[in-house]
Each structure stands twice: as C-alpha cells, then as structure tokens.
Design a protein around this ligand. Structure first.
Ligand code: A3P
Length: 284
C-alpha cells in the first residue's frame, strides 16, 4: 500500500504522483545553469541542500533577498509536469532521488551541474530504518532483521542502493557530475565546500565560505527551521526528528557480526564491477 513499482523500481505513492508524471519529467525544460542535488535517500540530502543554498545565496545575493527558492529546493519527483518550474529565476536548484536513467534528458544534453552525495550504505540502512518509523508515508518496519533483508534486496523506498550508486558512477562520463562522500564532509566540511564552489564556478570569499560551513554544521541545522523540518513534525507528516545523529559508523550499534559479514558479501557480489570498496576510512 505504501510503495508502487514503477518500471523496475519502488517509488513512494503520493496523491499527486503518477507514473505518467514521473515519465513526463524526462521532458521538462532544463537549462545549463540548473544545478541538481542527487542522492539515494538518507545519504545527506538535506545537508547538501543547506550547503548548496548557502553557496548560491552568497554568489547571488539579489536572489537571496527574494528568498525565491532559498529555503528548500523544489523536489523534482514531487512536481507534476504542469508545475511552473520554468518561472523560477536562474540559477535554479532541484533535488531528486531519481535514478540516472529517469533524470530529465536535458540534464545530460545541457550538461547541467549535478552534485551526487553518497554514504556508507550500512549507515544509510540504519538511518532509513529510523526514517521509516518517522515518515508517516513509509511502512513501519516490523523488525530490524526484516528491514535489513529488504534493504539488501532493494525492496525499500527508491529501490536498491547498490543500483543507484553504481548507475551514477557508470554515467559519470555523460553527466557533468561531482561526487561527494558524506564521510568526507564529516572529516573536512570546509575542504568539501571549497571543492563544491570550484565545481559550481562560484567564487566565494574566505569569510563567505566560513559562513556556509557554520550554517551547515549539524548543531546549527538542528535548530534551523529550514533544515530541521519542524513544520512537517507540526503538521504530523514526520513523527520525530530527521536530524537524528549525523555520524559515521552508527551501524555498529545495529548490525550483528553475522549481518555485517552478510552485508560485506552482498556488497562484494553486487559491486564487483565498480571501483567502490566497502571500507570507509572514518570507521577505522
Ligand atoms: P542519521 O539518521 O544517520 O543521523 P537525508 O537528508 O538524505 O535524508 O539524510 C539524513 C541523514 O543526514 C541523517 O542521518 C541526518 O542526521 C544526517 N545529517 C543531516 N545534516 C547533517 C549534518 N549537518 N552533519 C551530519 N549529518 C547530517
């Protein structure tokens, strides 16, 4: 009742969301100045949204004053084809969890900039497990054990993590895409913001960069209404905090030794054609 299959993937059912709308997204007008924030759920989407919005505000102060899209970025798959995205002034930012082959065709054709955030999938599993208890639109897992298996099988919101990440890495030569790892943001946020500014071709002063970093810390976001989604908690859509822990390695508090070994085995099997490995330096 919560998810329906679209092509080979699972998508969240929403009143406004129909398969034909998702397909129509492929043909929306895209501009070279558009910036796409792309993630598999729970990889640090809101964190990167906060960073991108701060960078764009600093680079385009006239728009920051309008506040036109500078609270939260419009979410691609929640838009229907008739939504007036085209009235938004440039540069537009969009967020999406769509897999690479369902992106608007213009992202590739126009070589719009795309930022892809990825994260240790064991931590994503744990974060998604909590989120499934938080977001009323997701089915509450009956047990961690069952959810663990569903995650490995890709029977969760937005389908398989393994496919999502692999398909974006495979598409990297066709897209104008910048990969950022969640764990690297934890280690050196400023360094990652500097790299992002270079990719986005936004020339920020050192002071402006410091401001971006300050506004994007976990503690600052936890009390920032743009980032903590308190409005959705108040409306009853979320049953708890989404700014949960914000750390690497929380999976160690959840996975048994046997589950961890099984996860590593599945990772090796599914990712054998990819340069990604299952070691996350920050875990050590
Ligand atoms: P946890 O549930 O592990 O705490 P998304 O935005 O893609 O849904 O991802 C949510 C995850 O990102 C949550 O992970 C959340 O705590 C974490 N997160 C959000 N902002 C963060 C920040 N500034 N620093 C570190 N982690 C952050």
């Amino acid at each position: 009742p919560y998810l329906f299959k679209h092509k080979r993937r699972n998508f969240l059912v929403k009143d406004t969301l129909r398969p034909s709308d998702l397909d129509a997204l492929q043909h929306i007008e895209i501009r070279p100045t558009d910036v796409f924030l792309i993630t598999y759920p729970k990889s640090g989407t809101v964190w990167m949204q906060q960073i991108l919005v701060q960078i764009m505000d600093a680079a385009h102060p006239e728009q920051a004053e309008d506040g036109h899209n500078r609270t939260r970025v419009p979410w691609l798959e929640e838009r229907t084809a008739d939504n007036p995205l085209r009235e938004r002034p440039d540069p537009r930012i969009f967020g999406t969890h769509l897999p690479a082959d369902m992106l608007p065709l213009g992202v590739k054709a126009e070589q719009s900039k795309a930022v892809y955030v990825w994260r240790n999938p064991k931590d994503i599993l744990v974060s998604l497990y909590h989120f499934a208890h938080t977001w009323v639109l997701l089915e509450t897992p009956k047990s961690f054990e069952g959810f663990f298996q569903q995650f490995l099988d890709g029977e969760v919101y937005m389908g398989s993590w393994f496919n999502h990440v692999q398909e974006y890495f495979a598409a990297q030569n066709q897209l104008n895409i910048h990969f950022v790892q969640y764990e690297n943001m934890l280690k050196d946020l400023r360094g990652e913001v500097v790299k992002l500014c270079a990719f986005l071709e936004k020339d920020l002063t050192g002071e402006a960069i410091d401001h971006v970093v300050k506004m994007s810390s976990f503690n600052s976001m936890k009390t920032d209404p743009k980032a903590n989604y308190k409005d959705l908690i108040e409306k009853g859509r979320y049953l708890g905090e989404t700014m949960r822990k914000g750390v690497a390695g929380d999976w160690k508090n959840y996975l048994t030794v046997a589950q961890n070994e099984r996860f590593d085995q599945v990772f090796r099997d599914k990712m054998s054609n990819s340069p990604l490995t299952c070691t996350w330096e920050i875990d050590q």
